[in-house]
Design a protein around this ligand. Structure first.
Ligand SMILES: Cc1cc2nc3c(=O)[nH]c(=O)nc-3n(C[C@H](O)[C@H](O)[C@H](O)COP(=O)(O)O)c2cc1C
Length: 177
């Protein structure tokens, strides 16, 4: 007799997230991608974690560079902007050619469009988890750019009616709508 599954994936849909761009640079190639899977891990020192798909160009560049920037996106960010960073790969386009950016003190590119604040971190650990890796970074610089409401993952899905590509850890959230 087949066992009934004890996993109701809808239980995971109640987890809450923000919306961020993770950017890095390696050997002159700048790239960034949308990620919802960012969290602060400790306060002394300040550390953060981000979960990236191993197929993404950002994963590859970050594995080599060992440093990244998190840009916190505001609620007003247009879907076209999210589409560029979240549904296209830097292997096909230069994402930094069409956005405002600057270099953080540690040398990583920071996306400035629709940005409330940014956090630059140096990777001190990486844990591979099947299709993804969680990169742990110690914060080396951070700054607030303007006041505003950060875009939440729930707002992106329920108000903006956005989707998540297969590479996102929370891809199966598409199924609830
Ligand atoms: C709403 C949303 C959330 C996403 N969250 C993540 C994430 O947390 N981790 C991840 O690896 N990819 C995530 N993605 C997918 C990447 O942004 C996407 O695969 C991107 O095209 C990778 O680009 P790259 O190849 O230039 O690195 C998300 C995409 C969207 C639209």
């Amino acid at each position: 007799m087949e066992m009934e599954s004890e996993i109701d994936v809808k239980a995971l849909f109640n987890l809450t997230y923000g919306m961020y761009i993770i950017s890095t640079e390696w050997e002159g190639k700048k790239n960034g991608q949308i990620a919802n899977s960012v969290m602060q891990v400790t306060a002394t020192p300040n550390t953060v974690a981000v979960c990236l798909n191993k197929d993404n160009l950002t994963w590859e560049l970050l594995r080599n560079s060992g440093k990244f920037t998190v840009t916190v996106l505001e609620e007003e960010v247009p879907m076209t902007f999210i589409g560029n960073f979240g549904f296209k790969s830097g292997r096909d386009i230069d994402k930094f050619a069409s956005c405002a950016w600057k270099s953080a003190p540690g040398g990583t590119p920071v996306v400035l469009d629709y940005a409330l604040s940014w956090i630059e971190a140096k990777v001190f650990n990486r844990v591979d988890v099947y299709t993804h890796s969680v990169f742990f970074g110690e914060v080396v610089a951070s700054s607030c750019l303007k006041q505003g409401c950060p875009l939440t993952y729930a707002n992106y899905h329920l108000v903006k009616k956005g989707k998540s590509p297969k590479s996102a850890p929370t891809y199966n959230l598409n199924a609830v709508k």
